[in-house]
Write a protein that binds this ligand. Structure first.
Ligand code: ATP
Length: 316
């Protein structure tokens, strides 16, 4: 089984309009509504790959109830979300003027120490009931504790009865705090080029620049580091061997959630005991397949398997 932790799920509402006029009434047809949040998206990709997935994390209020109902309707996962006070957030995207998009994203419920402790206890409890092959901790958290993620990882490592790989996909200050905290290391991280650039303090646009960053000592000890670069594929540091992953050009619909699908695909590949090259191919192919769907985390397994044939992984 794979457990994903979604710290801050969202009800994602997307409006399509021809033009969007600031300060005026804009009319639109019925929006598309999806449940988002990085752990949920990653869980979707893993479940559609064939994994038994349990979603954990936080939901709150009436929007939390809606989140639960819509997730249940997907019939893809076991849902074990914790209730918190406050309302689960909305994330509104307006697609307008041929290719532009404008987003309004709420903060989501504030998390305190008790919320985090209850969540970790639940994860430990689930892991006692069935063998768990990966735990994915994903996404932003509305918490003022900059060291929240190192603490969560440490707690899980100290208290899990067996060793379970912990995959982490976070960004910004919380990623920086995790990488600078030498006392605890996740087993996997997947920064994209912007997140990696923010961390090293310079713009990263090429694989050469990303590869240079992966040599930094803060990545020592992390078994799997994937620096994803959208349509360029990725460069990776796996057990201190560096890899270039080249992907073919494909037609895309929306790349939102491609990184999350990559994480979910990697968790599935870990569970299947794929070798390194197969793992990287499968994870990248999930990102690609996600890019061919409007919904975040959605993949088509047949397409994923077909894409893996055209992905090249070379040790550098
Ligand atoms: P998100 O934050 O939206 O989940 P991300 O920025 O973390 O995504 P990306 O680097 O954009 O992650 O994408 C992850 C993977 O998905 C890429 O390494 C690649 O395999 C695939 N992918 C993303 N964009 C494209 C694209 N335009 N064409 C083909 N594959 C893509």
């Amino acid at each position: 089984m794979i457990i994903t932790i979604t710290m801050n799920p969202s009800v994602d509402i997307t409006y399509l309009t021809n033009t969007f006029k600031l300060g005026q009434l804009n009319r639109t047809k019925t929006p598309t509504i999806n449940i988002g949040g990085k752990g949920i998206n990653a869980g979707r990709a893993a479940a559609l790959s064939g994994s038994d997935v349990t979603l954990t994390g936080f939901i709150g209020g009436k929007i939390g109830d809606l989140t639960q109902i819509l997730l249940e309707e997907e019939k893809l996962f076991n849902i074990q979300m914790n209730q918190v006070s406050g309302e689960t957030r909305h994330a509104v995207t307006i697609m307008h003027d041929e290719g532009k998009h404008t987003e309004v994203v709420e903060e989501g419920p504030k998390l305190d120490d008790t919320n985090i402790q209850e969540l970790l206890e639940k994860v430990l409890h689930i892991s006692k009931e069935k063998p768990v092959n990966a735990i994915c901790i994903c996404g932003s958290a509305n918490s003022t504790d900059a060291f929240l993620f190192p603490k969560m990882i440490q707690y899980l490592k100290d208290n899990l009865e067996v060793e379970i790989p912990i995959l982490v996909d976070i960004s910004g200050e919380k990623l920086t705090c995790l990488l600078k905290d030498n006392s605890v290391t996740p087993d996997f991280i997947k920064p994209n080029e912007h997140e990696l650039g923010d961390f090293v303090g310079k713009t990263i646009t090429t694989k050469k620049e990303a590869l240079e960053a992966l040599h930094l000592s803060c990545f020592d000890g992390i078994k799997f580091v994937i620096a994803s670069l959208g349509e360029q594929g990725a460069v990776c540091r796996i057990n201190d061997v560096y890899y270039d992953v080249r992907i073919p050009k494909i037609e895309i619909k929306s790349t939102t959630g491609s990184g999350d699908a990559t994480v979910g695909g990697f968790a599935y590949a870990l569970e299947q005991n794929f070798d390194t090259k197969q793992m990287l191919k499968y994870a990248m192919a999930c990102g690609m397949s996600n890019a061919q769907h409007e919904e975040s985390g959605k993949i088509c397994r047949e397409d994923v398997l077909a894409f893996t044939q055209f992905i090249e992984v070379t040790a550098i």
